[in-house]
Design a protein around this ligand. Structure first.
Ligand code: FCB
Length: 466
């Protein structure tokens, strides 16, 4: 075991950053405490029928009250970085205007405790909990929301810019736009293609508009955005399957990667959507393409795409099949997908550095009689995905860090508490935290990594955050 960990650890450069991630609505609870305003996720989860078992984030992991304990646990596990998001309606209960000092205080205390523990804070400004007041004014399909986001970014970065270097504007704009305004399975639960397209554009625009604000308020800022990227493999070499995979890739991956890289929206997709794009104003695409310091990648699985447009019998026989292993989300375990993705990002795009800002797996964990959680499948998943990341590093991909999703079991959106992604188990009755075997495995990996010298090292030993 230790030998295997040593071999894995050796494959990462000394200054590689090991962390874990969460998001405000999924862990904080205290949904209406200390002056916090309502968010679209409060509203959505309080609407009957939207979330499995009627679960809500009202209490979640109660991190809002237990953050000291949580930071202490991160320290025990030796995490070097912690990616968390800030709840916009805790800072600006109405989305803009009046600031809630108690909200700022909460994050200031959290950041100070992290620094005190030697853990680098990695902040996401928006992980889906838009203030409801802004949704009432039209939400992301309304261009004014971009200005509100800039105002919010100003407040937070002015407060924390002297202590936090790493800032991600948005988490997974695809999910906000597609799941929230088109499929309707996430807040605010709309199903309107034009709203989806406008929302996606305004999320990207708000990102570009916020970048100079971050740079103005943050010393040595590292500013970027986090995308969910899922490679799409055609099931056969037929033209129909190839085109179907290409279209899905366009919806999920290229629609965001291309504009951020200065290429505008992919033409094939603009034609496929065939909708008016009058929400794109002159100059917008230049703002969206402002250079970032990093791209954050959330990656869990791959998809194998079979064309639905042709009769199966007229298509070529499928040659690519999803494998036999799945997580509790029904997502295929396919580590080569991460390798392929990282190589593609390097070949086809040009981001100066990459972080895996989320990767991990949900399994139906049980607490054993001895009080431990023997989550061998999760350890196996993490080990194999990290080996794929190491292969990509070896091929020259500028990967700088890795964040396991998630630090705690938490509120998994429309699935409520039914999916456990944490390396730390949470009993949602008692809120007791228990590091799973995967947390101890990760702790050991980080420890060993600190003691071994990777062959790829060029004498980089000083941690970036100190
Ligand atoms: C991502 C989200 C994160 C979590 C994981 C499983 O899409 O960013 O909040 O729910 O999926």
């Amino acid at each position: 075991m230790t030998d295997e960990l040593t071999q894995l650890a050796r494959r990462f450069p000394t200054d590689f950053i090991w962390g874990s991630a969460t998001a405000s609505y999924q862990i904080e609870g205290a949904w209406n405490e200390d002056g916090k305003g309502e968010s679209i996720w409060d509203r959505f989860a309080h609407t009957p029928g939207k979330i499995l078992n009627g679960d809500t984030g009202d209490t979640a992991c109660d991190h809002f009250h237990r953050w000291r304990e949580d930071v202490a646990l991160m320290r025990e596990l030796g995490l070097q970085a912690y990616r968390f998001s800030i709840s916009w309606p805790r800072i600006l209960p109405q989305g803009r205007g009046q600031v809630n000092r108690a909200g700022l205080d909460f994050y200031e205390r959290l950041v100070d405790a992290l620094l005190e523990a030697g853990i680098m804070p990695f902040v996401t400004l928006y992980h889906w909990d838009l203030p409801q007041a802004l949704q009432d004014a039209g939400g992301w399909p309304n261009r004014d929301t971009t200005e509100a986001f800039v105002e919010y970014t100003g407040h937070v970065t002015r407060l924390l810019g002297d202590r936090v270097r790493f800032w991600a504007t948005f988490n997974e704009p695809f999910c906000s736009a597609w799941l929230g305004y088109w499929e309707g399975v996430h807040a605010p639960g709309h199903q309107d293609l034009d709203e989806m397209l406008a929302a996606g554009h305004h999320l990207l625009l708000a990102h570009g508009l916020a970048l100079p604000v971050i740079r103005e308020n943050v010393k040595q800022a590292q500013a970027g955005i986090v995308l969910n990227l899922t490679p799409q493999y055609p099931a056969s070499e037929s033209e129909a399957d190839r085109l179907a995979a290409r279209e899905r890739d366009g919806q999920i991956n290229r629609w965001y990667l291309d504009p951020l890289s200065g290429r505008g929206y992919p033409q094939d997709m603009v034609s496929a959507y065939a909708r008016p794009m009058d929400f794109v104003h002159a100059g917008d695409m230049e703002i969206i393409a402002r250079p970032v310091d990093f791209l954050g990648i959330n990656h869990y699985t791959r998809a194998v795409v079979r064309s639905q447009a042709v009769d199966e019998s007229q298509n070529l026989p499928a040659a690519v099949f999803p494998g036999p292993e799945y997580t509790d989300m029904g997502w295929e375990v396919y580590p080569p997908g991460l390798y392929d993705l990282l190589i593609r990002l390097q070949r086809e795009y040009d981001f100066p550095s990459l972080y895996i800002t989320e990767n991990g797996a949900a399994f139906a964990d049980v607490v054993s009689a001895d009080g431990s959680v023997h989550d061998m499948q999760r350890i196996d998943y993490l080990r194999r995905y990290l080996a794929a990341a190491a292969d990509a590093l070896q091929a020259g991909v500028p990967l700088r860090g890795y964040f396991v999703w998630s630090f705690l079991d938490n509120f998994e959106w429309a699935f409520g508490y039914s999916k456990r992604f944490g390396i730390v188990h949470v009993d949602f009755e008692t809120l007791v935290r228990r590091p799973k075997d995967s947390a101890l495995w990760y702790r050991d990996l980080i420890r060993i990594h600190q003691t071994v010298q990777s062959p790829g090292d060029q004498g980089l030993t000083s941690p970036l955050w100190r």
